[in-house]
Design a binder for this molecule. Structure first.
Ligand code: 5AD
Ligand code: SF4
Length: 455
């Protein structure tokens, strides 16, 4: 009988990708996905460490799961409870001691070994910890064939971070930068397309620092950059759209800018976190780019692809940020105009350099600044969405809407577009004329006979 697998995923798209791959690793063992943790034979929390009190939230979720585990034990059944992701990597042993009913703690780099871990946990009826950064790459131990939920898929091409921004835990949890070989990426991309993907988003903590081994092997000594990888992926028949995230501004090279200009399948949307509009703050953050460099980069991108839409991340209230620094951030936002953004109050992460810096900013000041910045960013999003009214855009429909008869998809600029459309257009790219815009989505009318490509 099939065993039930429940995976709860927190955080970024890289975790979403990992959760999909974890399910693929467990499928040959008879595990099938369920959307309920109660009664599941295996429950995995794929955690994120980036937000405040992330670990505490994981422990309270584990407390809830313990009740399900006990209820199953009373019926003579066993729930394997596992924790992975960045909290698992960072806390390791601590999870096993604070939550002794957890069976397995594994890091984002070791899940190809999960079948052995499960066997070990059941044999010894003890706890298993595997948060190594192993010599072998997990990618070599994962199943080749891919399963795809819907027409838009993620593909991790790069992991880890060597940048050490002073506020960030990622370099400590995801380890050093690593790029997958180009051949492996392209073969996974083909497998995704064969399984129905029409859009692929290349993922990496610093995706544009990608420098994977070129086809033919390292004997040739050559490497491909992200632009080259995108150009080759664009040759795959049946792949309609390519995206990538997240980019590190200091490493966006001219090849990548040029690719935005001439690779038609590369979507005109770029998430390019700037964090602050003050050189002083950027320096303290160790970001390796100044405000002018960021502006120049945006100009070059817009020259190459005039309709490119930009989104960004911001941190307000970084240690030492004064009012003038904050005003400089608002000024940059005014100048660049972002169609979408994530903005956060700085919050200290234990072990990072910024947590030890003097001049930590008052919470009330952080809240005020955040509210002011978000008001501006929201206006920009709404303005951009309003500008779409009356325009016709291609939309890849990949979800059902809240109302019967509705489908939802993404515009080239990542906006969610809701449209009345028959179910058989699911996973198709269709033209939609936009009728109305809200801050979070667009509503439109399907252009009959505009069906372009379906999975
Ligand atoms: N405090 C606030 N925001 C943070 N981010 C990362 N670390 C912190 C922190 N300590 C934000 C950055 C990053 C995004 C993913 O999360 O803006 O780009
Ligand atoms: Fe964190 Fe900076 Fe690396 Fe991004 S580039 S993951 S913000 S250290």
């Amino acid at each position: 009988m099939a065993k039930k697998l429940y995976i709860k995923t927190y955080g970024c798209q890289m975790n979403v990708y990992d959760s999909e791959r974890i399910a693929e690793v467990l499928a040959p063992l008879g595990y099938e996905a369920t959307d309920q943790s109660a009664g599941a034979d295996m429950v995995i929390l794929n955690t994120c460490h980036i937000r405040e009190r992330a670990a505490e939230k994981v422990y309270s979720e584990l407390g809830r799961l313990r009740k399900h585990k006990n209820a199953m034990a009373a019926e003579g059944r066993h729930m394997v409870l596992a924790v992975t992701g960045c909290v698992a990597q960072a806390e390791g042993e601590e999870v096993l001691s604070r939550a002794p009913y957890v069976d397995i703690v594994f890091g984002p780099q070791t899940y190809h070994r999960l079948p052995q871990m499960i066997a070990e946990a059941s044999r010894a009826s003890g706890q298993v910890l595997d948060t190594e950064f192993p010599e072998e790459s997990k990618f070599d131990g994962l199943p080749q064939a891919r399963t795809v939920n819907g027409a838009a898929a993620f593909l991790t091409i790069q992991e880890g971070c060597d940048k050490f921004c002073t506020y960030c835990v990622v370099p400590y949890t995801r380890g050093a930068e690593f790029s997958r070989a180009a051949t492996d990426v392209l073969s996974e991309a083909r497998n995704l397309v064969a399984a129905g993907a029409q859009e692929i988003t290349f993922l990496g903590q610093n995706v544009n620092s990608y420098h994977g081994e070129a086809p033919g092997g390292s004997a040739h000594g050559s490497e491909w950059n992200l632009a080259r990888l995108i150009r080759e992926a664009a040759q795959i028949d049946g792949l309609a759209r390519i995206r990538f995230t997240t980019s590190y501004p200091a490493e966006v090279d001219d090849d990548l800018i040029a690719a935005h200009g001439d690779v038609e399948k590369l979507m005109p949307y770029l998430h390019l976190p700037v964090q602050s509009g003050s050189d002083r703050v950027l320096k303290a953050m160790n970001r390796n780019h100044g405000v002018d460099e960021y502006r120049r980069l945006v100009d070059k991108l817009r020259k190459a692809r005039p309709d490119i839409a930009l989104s960004s991340d911001f941190i307000v209230g970084f240690p030492g940020e004064n009012d003038a620094d904050f005003r400089a951030t608002l000024k940059l936002v005014e100048e660049v105009s972002f169609i979408q953004a994530y903005s956060f109050k700085y919050s200290p992460r234990p072990g990072t350099p910024a947590a030890m810096m003097d001049l930590q900013i008052d919470e009330a000041v952080k809240s005020e600044r955040l509210a002011e910045l978000q008001a501006l960013l929201n206006t920009q999003t709404q303005n951009f969405n309003n500008q779409m009214i009356g325009k016709t855009v291609p939309v890849l429909l990949d979800r059902t809407g809240k109302m019967a008869g509705q489908l939802i998809g993404r515009s080239p600029y990542m906006q969610a577009v809701v449209v009345d459309a028959p179910q058989n257009l699911m996973n198709c790219i269709v033209d939609v004329t936009i009728d109305a815009a809200s801050p979070n989505s667009l509503m439109g009318t399907l252009n009959l006979d505009s069906r372009k490509a379906c999975a």
